[in-house]
Design a protein around this ligand. Sequence first.
Ligand SMILES: [Zn+2]
Ligand SMILES: [Zn+2]
Length: 370
Amino acid sequence: MPTTMKEDYYKILGIERNATEVEIKSAFRKQAMKYHPDRNPGNKEAEEQFKKVNEAFSVLSDPQKKQMYDQYGHDGINGAGGFGGFNANGFGDINDIFGSVFGDIFGGGFGGRSRGPRVTRGEDLKLDVTLTLEEAFSGKEVPVDYTRLDNCSVCDGSGAAAGSQRKTCRSCNGSGQVTYSQGFFSMRQVCPDCGGKGTVVEKPCSECRGTGHKRVKEKITVKVPSGVRTGVTLRVSNGGDIGENGGGFGDLYVEVHVKDHKIFRRDGDNLIIDAPITYPQAVLGGTIKVPTIEGKEMEVTIPKGTQFGEVLKVQGNGMPKLGKKGFGDLLINVKIEVLKKPTAKQKELLEALAQETGGKKSFLKDLFGK
Ligand SMILES: [Zn+2]
Ligand SMILES: [Zn+2]
């Protein structure tokens, strides 16, 4: 996927990376007011900046998107699923963002909503995938089946039966909105007859009952990066439901879960295993064989005089670092095995050892020097 140099979202809004939700909102307010098309009629530069400000806010105001952006930059937002760049509709209905942020100042609308059918972006969808630790190590292309709302294939999204067409809604004359007057006040509302589309079907398509949309099965492949952890969420741009009146698709969010392993435990990018060694090995040193997450065996040196609970580190044999170069470490928890049922010969040797080391050890002596 070719990447274009995109401006940093925090820079666009003129805030620090650790800005709070309130600071993000307030910075957006300031920037959006400055560049809003209503205040800069005919100014192309302002319009461009206005779009950038919107895009930045749509990401930074969404905790999930913000997390992806903070972790992977624009690549994270563009979707590890490979569905491509930030779609023009990626920030949904600008008016909706304004409604929520400016509603209190401007009384429910910024410069008035343009007349015409109401365009809304489709719903985001969420699903889960589960990987083994080995798969998390290598990364995996996971085939995913799910259903989403898409255009009806029979009427091609029009909602009209074959041979018939959509016609202008008479209630709203095609504007998608109706105005009610009551004394001084007039209120504009979505037209109840056409649902804001501005058009109605004469003969509804039997496949989708005139809605133009149908739930369809999708089969996609989600590319899960190596080093992934439970809780990491990948965004498949445009993988969600279709919107209304050409509003584009929502996104699909895929949350990753990594199963526990029967040998390896995970601590960040490090892997931990328990390795039993014998008492002579601990004293005299030696080598042991340990498994690796890649299914191989590795020889590890036990240094002379290894103590109970000591941790041996094998650098670079842990998990790959997510989104970065390099690997964590393999940590070997040494467990010195104590013989429970020594043979006669072992007993004899241990007794000799006990004699040689001065019989009973007094920890009181170690502690108090008595
Ligand atoms: Zn249809
Ligand atoms: Zn209407």
